[in-house]
Design a protein around this ligand. Structure first.
Ligand SMILES: Nc1ncnc2c1ncn2[C@@H]1O[C@H](COP(=O)(O)OP(=O)(O)OP(=O)(O)O)[C@@H](O)[C@H]1O
Ligand code: SF4
Ligand SMILES: [Mg+2]
Length: 397
């Protein structure tokens, strides 16, 4: 069984506790979010015109709240520019928030400074969209993987070597490739190096920012399967950013939809795909190609451009594009409201909307034979992960 999750103390150091905070031995199991985000905002001051240089405020993230449980995958979805990456960067404290709090494993990470902050960063790592751009072309795989261990002062030369070999095997890379440079690998292999670099310091939470969208479709399945296997094996939590709902349907436990800096719907994956409540979520699901074009579902096409985050519409931000908008929507901003069963929606008309007649399963666009081929292909290409022998000295790293 995976050992009790490691935690960080108020000074950013990793500690190990048998039970989560507040839990009683023999009492009811108390679960707590690993990542708790409350009212997080990030504004940028930008000058829109080169001539007037008038300063304006861009609300990249505007009052976002969510929590992510241990071992869970929360998918953050939405159109380009809605604030997904900014939310992730705020959660990792790579950038400072304009307002709001981020608690990781019970600690307010906004209060960490200096070396406690550096120690915290080890517990939350990121996998980027473009592995080529995120890897240093002048560093071998070995150097790329050893660097975070040295920076975090983990292990000695022997334990670092053992750890690098272990992680390379976990991500499906032969350790004898450790002396090669990024350009000597394929796109999928480069992303495996990116995953290895994130995992080398044994994080608890990994932010995956569009981790497969730069890869060929045939490679995407392998990388997604690998992420799923690593999660099961290592007890990882994922904040998974993607615009590809087929990928989200495969990997997520819960979905949070963002629109212009705000979360407008959260729901368990199954509920989200079976009956999305917010009109924007319905529009996103409607964009999935339909297997039978003659079949008429209550699909929703999105009209109009995504509004400028500098001049946000009054009231509901989605109202200029929403076919259900009424007067109230133009005046009053809806808040994200609990609608039961672990779901929350920000829409004034959530109870008046017509029933959702179902969106196609992303795999339904294939014929039954096509679905069988995809399943067989996924099984064949699933990386064979070697069983790892975590020796005493390796676990020190
Ligand atoms: N450093 C910055 N300065 C000014 N504006 C920024 C900055 N970083 C992000 N933005 C703006 O904040 C908004 C959200 O950007 P963000 O990168 O978070 O979007 P995203 O949802 O990740 O988009 P994509 O799917 O294209 O990656 C965008 O309008 C973007 O232009
Ligand atoms: S609040 Fe009004 S405009 Fe906004 S999504 Fe709901 S119905 Fe549409
Ligand atoms: Mg992004």
């Amino acid at each position: 069984m995976y050992p009790a999750p490691a935690r960080i103390d108020g000074r950013g150091r990793r500690t190990r506790r048998c039970l989560p905070e507040g839990a009683n031995r023999g009492g009811p199991i108390v679960t707590e979010g690993l990542l708790e985000i409350r009212d997080l905002s990030k504004t940028y001051t930008v000058s829109q015109s080169l001539i007037t240089r008038r300063k304006q405020v861009l609300r990249a993230v505007d009052g976002v709240s969510f929590s992510l449980k241990r071992g869970e995958t929360l998918a953050l979805v939405g159109e380009s520019g809605c604030g997904k990456s900014t939310t992730a960067r705020l959660a990792m404290r790579l950038i400072e928030p304009s307002a709001g709090t981020v608690r990781f494993d019970g600690s307010d990470i906004g209060a960490l400074r200096g070396s406690p902050l550096r120690r915290f960063r080890r517990h939350m790592q990121i996998i980027f969209q473009d592995p080529f751009a995120s890897l240093n072309p002048g560093m071998t795989v070995w150097q790329t993987l050893e660097e975070p261990l040295i920076v975090n002062d983990l292990g000695n030369q022997a334990t670092r070597r053992a750890r690098i070999h272990e992680v390379m095997q976990q991500v499906g890379l032969a350790p004898e490739y450790a002396g090669r440079y990024p350009h000597e690998f394929s796109g999928g292999q480069r992303q495996r190096i990116g995953i290895a670099r994130a995992l080398i310091v044994r994080p608890q939470l990994v932010v995956c920012d569009e981790p497969v969208s730069a890869l060929d479709v045939s490679i995407q399945a392998q990388v997604i399967n690998l992420l799923g296997d690593l999660q099961a094996q290592l007890g990882l939590s994922y904040l998974f950013i993607s615009h590809d709902l087929a990928v989200v349907k495969h990997i997520a436990d819960r979905v949070a939809v963002m629109y212009l800096g705000k979360i407008i719907e959260t729901a368990p994956k199954r509920d989200f795909f079976a009956s999305p409540r917010h009109p924007y979520s319905r529009a996103l699901l409607s964009a999935i190609p339909q297997p039978n074009p003659r079949e008429r579902l209550n699909r929703m096409a999105l009209s109009g451009e995504i509004p400028n985050p500098i001049n946000l519409p009054q009231g509901c931000r989605f109202h200029p594009r929403c076919p259900f908008a009424v007067d109230r929507c133009r005046k009053e901003e809806p808040t994200l409201t609990d609608v039961g069963a672990d779901k929350a929606v920000a829409c004034h008309r959530v109870d008046d909307l017509p029933d959702w007649e179902g969106s196609p399963d992303p795999l339904d666009i294939l014929s039954p034979a096509g679905r069988r081929r995809v399943a067989a292909y996924a099984a064949r290409t699933r990386p064979q992960l070697p069983t790892t022998n975590s020796s005493q000295d390796v676990s020190e790293v």
